[in-house]
Design a protein around this ligand. Structure first.
Ligand code: ATP
Length: 285
């Protein structure tokens, strides 16, 4: 449905932000992972036709939407990282305003807005000014506005930033429910956000696509290379200098460190089952 083909993005006087990335997407959630500055937002903005790529193509049902962005915009929902609201408007007023901007008729807006507020669990707060909403509630308003035009493609950039754990779970469930018949691209640097949402994961590092595939494939990349051991606090720096440390937990008997290494990093190291965080850090190290 949506194809990003050999995309490159250069900003003036900056290292290349997106470097020859190709991703083909069908209905479902693609989780786009990467550290800060990896190029996720740039790629999402290109997919949302807000930024033009320096090189490459974006095809929607085969149509080149770099040349004809209107074809995708008509059926696109985009929640940018820096999504802002008008604090004095209520959720209903704000969504009505955006519905008008998106060209929805008043009739369909009147029908659609209560449905969406129900979907994102904001019906009870619908008539309160957005200035009094929590971060999680505002993110849900952001999702509601992205869904106004019943889009086939949804692009959401770091939607869980600043949310508490309960809000994060709610948000993940909402996105998975939506993805049955839509392309959803979700970027995050919070690795655990993806575990329950999708099995299709792309990892960007330094603008390049370093992984695309299932969680199992991602985990397979570090199979047999994850170890745990307890060391004295004074030894932590030495372990960190020699290995990729994926976790550090202080305990009463010392510091429990989790490291990536092709062979046991110490005779006392025990093998551990890789998780998504280990695999991710192994890839972007
Ligand atoms: N509008 C812009 N003008 C100039 N440089 C930019 C612009 N947007 C992004 N960059 C640069 O492109 C690179 C990739 O940034 P981008 O925001 O796409 O990455 P990211 O993975 O989304 O990171 P973050 O999670 O921190 O937003 C960075 O070096 C950044 O400084």
């Amino acid at each position: 449905m949506l194809e990003l083909v050999e995309l490159t993005k250069d900003y003036r006087n900056k290292p290349r932000a997106v470097d020859d990335v190709t991703l083909r997407l069908e209905a479902g959630v693609l989780g786009l992972l990467g550290p800060n500055g990896a190029g996720k937002s740039s790629l999402m903005r290109i997919a949302a036709t807000v930024t033009r790529p320096t090189r490459g193509r974006v095809l929607f049902d085969g149509v080149d939407v770099v040349a004809r962005p209107d074809v995708l915009r008509r059926t696109l929902g985009y929640l940018p990282q820096d999504f802002g609201v008008h604090p004095h408007l209520t959720a209903v007023e704000f969504l009505s305003y955006l519905a008008a901007v998106k060209g929805l008729s008043r009739r369909s807006a009147r029908r659609r807005i209560p449905e969406l507020l129900e979907l994102v669990n904001l019906s009870a707060a619908a008539k309160r000014p957005l200035g009094g909403y929590s971060g999680g509630m505002l993110r849900r308003v952001g999702i509601a506005q992205a869904l106004l035009a019943d889009p086939r493609v949804i692009v959401v950039d770091e939607p869980t930033a600043g949310l508490d754990p309960q809000e994060r779970v709610r948000f993940r469930t909402l996105l998975s429910d939506l993805a049955s018949d839509k392309v959803v691209v979700l970027s995050t640097h919070i690795v655990s956000d993806l575990e329950t949402v999708t099995d299709d994961i792309a990892v960007l590092a330094g603008g390049r696509l370093v992984h695309r595939g299932s969680l199992d494939r991602l985990l397979g990349a570090v199979a047999g290379q994850v170890w745990e051991m307890t060391v004295a606090p004074a030894d932590v720096a030495r372990v960190q200098a020699g290995h990729v440390v994926t976790r550090l937990i202080r305990t009463s008997s010392g510091v429990r460190v989790r490291v990536l290494a092709p062979s046991p990093p110490s005779p006392r190291a025990e093998p551990a089952t890789p998780d998504i965080e280990d695999a991710y850090l192994g890839l972007v190290r």
